[in-house]
Structure formats: structure tokens, C-alpha cells
Ligand binder design. Structure first.
Ligand code: PGA
Length: 250
């Protein structure tokens, strides 16, 4: 049985005061014991979240440098520094970084490897744009993003990683993929892994992201290959995020 994860991607939101309020609000929530709950604050608020949650919720970064160790790379944060700050997870290849900041599959692979080399668990984000979906390219695009990592690093690296399927057209738009649309892609991703390593594929957690709300979460999480969610907008509200976490519980 795969243990669900619900992760909040806070993106470029928050001040010291609002983050303190959000942490306080989340600590009031009753979170299900059979779900891994994680938050991804901005780099500036990682330490605040690590000390505020004191282990009750896992903390991850939204990005890491392609070099794992400290060095001369102005403006970047090394995976080893994230580990030192108390992070256990890191997002790699979020579509906002791929599309708005020009991150290539090659760079995503390097960040994935950097994260794992220090013991952080990467969450590989993949997903198609609206134009790609309308052109019938969804499964091919997602398979290629996944394959870039498998071909460079081998399938076994996914024993210590998660995948998040996030259709770009559903991110921050209020448009959620239907449970059936999401399930189709999750199933294809799992099948891609199963062709290489069936037992790893059976254990791999694949999260859905894209306008997940409290009202839509239970139906999405009820699909056989959806193992939880990566939640943006709704994760900034403690009550909404708490409800989404509970929707992933049994
Ligand atoms: P959203 O963001 O829930 O606001 O659509 C999801 C994400 O980008 O991780």
C-alpha cells in the first residue's frame, strides 16, 4: 500500500508574519496519521517552517542548485544547505521554472541528482501545456520528461523520489483535471516505470497537482494511481489545506 502525501507549494508567497500565521493555523488542524504532510515555503522561510513545525510536518524547498555542495554560485541554494536547514524534500522541474525560467530537462536532471546525492528526496514535477493537450501530446510529453531522468540516472533513483503530475493548464487557473483525465496520465506514468521495474512502480508515489481544492480532493485522491496532491493556492489557507490532507486519509 502506498502512503499518500499531501504537499503544499507556497510558491513566492509569504512574509515572516503571514508564514507564522499559516504555521500556527496548520498546527491547529487535525492532520490524518496515515498521510505524509509536507510544505514547500520560499527559501527565505524554510528555517521558520522547520522550527515552527518541529517535525510535525515535513519541510521541502521549491528548488535547489545544480551543484549539491557549497560553492561560488551567487543567488543559488545548495542541496547540502537545504539539508542543513532541516529540509527533507525538494521540488525539481516545476512547470513555472521550466516555462518561465527556462529550465531544461538537462538542468532538471542535474538538480534531481544533486538533491539525492545529499539525501534529499526529489519530487519530479511533470506536465503538459494546454496546446500540447489539445494536440494530443499529453502522454508523450509527460513520458519524455520522466524518461529524461530515467535515462540519465537510471530507474532505481525513483526508489527515493516522488513524481508530481501537474498539467500546466490546471495550475493556478481554477481548472482541475477531471479525476479520469488525471488517472489516465498517472496510470501511464506508472506503466512507464513498470516496464523497467515492476516492484518500484508499485511503490512509487505519484501526486496530482493543479487547482486541487478541498471540494475536488477526495475524488482525485480516490483514483487508483493518484497517491495524494501537490497543492498551490489552497495550501495558503490552513483550513483548506487541512481539509485536503484529511481527504487523502482513509
Ligand atoms: P495550484 O498550484 O494548486 O495553485 O494550481 C499547484 C502547483 O503549481 O504546485
Amino acid at each position: 500500500m502506498r502512503r499518500p502525501m499531501v504537499a503544499g507549494n507556497w510558491k513566492m508567497h509569504g512574509t515572516c508574519a503571514s508564514v507564522a500565521e499559516l504555521i500556527g493555523g496548520l498546527k491547529q488542524q487535525s492532520l490524518p496519521a496515515d498521510v505524509d504532510v509536507a510544505v514547500f515555503p520560499s527559501a527565505l522561510h524554510l528555517a521558520q517552517a522547520v522550527s515552527g513545525f518541529a517535525g510535525a510536518v515535513a519541510v521541502g524547498a521549491q528548488n535547489c542548485a545544480y551543484e549539491p555542495q557549497q560553492g561560488a554560485l551567487t543567488g543559488e541554494v545548495a542541496a547540502i544547505q537545504l539539508l542543513d536547514a532541516g529540509c527533507s524534500l525538494v521540488l525539481v522541474g516545476h512547470s513555472e521554472r521550466r516555462l518561465l525560467l527556462g529550465e531544461s530537462d538537462e538542468l532538471v536532471v542535474r538538480k534531481f541528482a544533486a538533491a539525492q546525492s545529499v539525501g534529499l528526496t526529489p519530487v519530479l514535477c511533470v506536465g503538459e501545456t494546454l496546446a500540447q493537450r489539445e494536440a494530443g501530446e499529453t502522454l508523450a510529453v509527460v513520458a519524455e520528461q520522466v524518461a529524461a531522468v530515467i535515462e540519465a540516472l537510471g530507474v532505481k533513483v525513483f526508489a527515493n523520489a516522488l513524481v508530481a503530475y501537474e498539467p500546466v493548464w490546471a495550475i493556478g487557473t481554477g481548472l482541475t483535471a477531471s479525476p479520469e483525465q488525471a488517472q489516465q496520465v498517472h496510470e501511464a506514468i506508472r506503466a512507464q516505470f513498470a516496464r523497467l521495474d515492476a516492484s518500484l512502480a508499485g511503490e512509487l508515489r505519484i501526486l496530482y497537482g493543479g487547482s486541487v481544492k478541498a471540494a475536488s480532493a477526495a475524488e482525485l485522491f480516490g483514483m487508483p494511481d493518484i497517491d495524494g496532491g501537490l497543492v498551490g493556492g489552497a495550501s495558503l489557507n490552513a483550513d483548506d489545506f487541512g481539509a485536503i490532507c484529511r481527504a487523502a486519509g482513509s
